[in-house]
Design a binder for this molecule. Structure first.
Ligand SMILES: [Cu+2]
Ligand SMILES: [Zn+2]
Length: 244
């Protein structure tokens, strides 16, 4: 049965020739339906799933690695609604849960960007510059002129933690400008969002050194849902404190 299905898939894509792109997604969808309904062996099914998109939610995660001299740790998680053509539906949702930042140093805001390369072979240095597939200038996340990777600043609480929920209209987990496999970088200083009036401002936002970085990769969403729960608990605790 399994060889029959994969055999017929191969046959269709071969005979379709140049026209294969027209119906590739419906073909994959059909193959997924066939695979999920009747296959007992999983190798062909997992190959199909690896390249297809379901309408629904996709997730990614990034485990922060500290640079030398930095103690930052934690996770950045991502969720994105997509259609069955692998196109984003609405904004990318981002949850930042980091700790180990230096308290009482008068730096409260830290630049957070997607950098071009998911390469940590030379620490955060080898992640390259801001992810900028449209060859634009650096800017604010809500600006027309920005890098796709420009996520602005995240803010420390009074205990060296950063807990933030971001929503971004340009960065995405799918499509031609996907950030999956690229790097998140947390900077030592505040990002001036392109308003600093010098050349550093329109390239990096003068956000300074790299405190930590991580490679964004596909995840099953379990951390995202866990982060959801922890966040709800944290908000409740803040409520309790504020009522005291
Ligand atoms: Cu950066
Ligand atoms: Zn930038």
């Amino acid at each position: 049965m399994a060889s029959g299905i994969s055999g017929s898939i191969r046959h269709i894509s071969t005979s379709a020739g140049d026209g294969v792109s027209i119906n590739l997604n419906s073909l994959l969808h059909m193959a997924q339906l066939l695979a999920s309904s009747s296959m007992s062996t999983s190798s062909s099914a997992s190959q199909v799933r690896a390249v297809g998109c379901h309408t629904g939610r996709v997730y990614a995660s990034c485990a922060m690695q500290a640079s030398t001299g930095s103690l930052v740790s934690g996770f950045i998680d991502f969720a994105q609604n997509v259609n069955d053509r692998c196109e984003p539906l609405g904004n990318l949702e981002i949850k930042v849960e980091l700790s180990g930042l230096t308290n009482n140093d008068n730096i409260v805001k830290h630049g957070l960007h997607v950098h071009q390369l998911g390469d940590l072979s030379n620490g955060c240095t080898s992640t390259g510059s801001h992810y900028n597939p449209l060859n634009s200038q650096h800017g604010a996340p809500n600006s027309q002129i920005r890098h796709v990777g420009d996520l602005g600043n995240v803010r420390e609480d009074g205990f060296g933690n950063i807990r933030a929920v971001l929503s971004d209209s340009m960065a995405s987990l799918v499509g031609p400008y996907s950030i999956n496999g690229r790097a998140m970088v947390l900077h030592a200083n505040e990002d001036d969002l392109g308003r600093g009036g010098n050349s550093g401002s329109t390239t990096t936002g003068n956000a300074g050194g790299r405190l930590g970085c991580c490679v964004i990769g596909h995840s099953d969403g379990s951390r995202w849902r866990g982060a959801n729960r922890r966040q709800t608990i944290a908000i409740r605790q803040e409520d309790l404190w504020s009522k005291k």
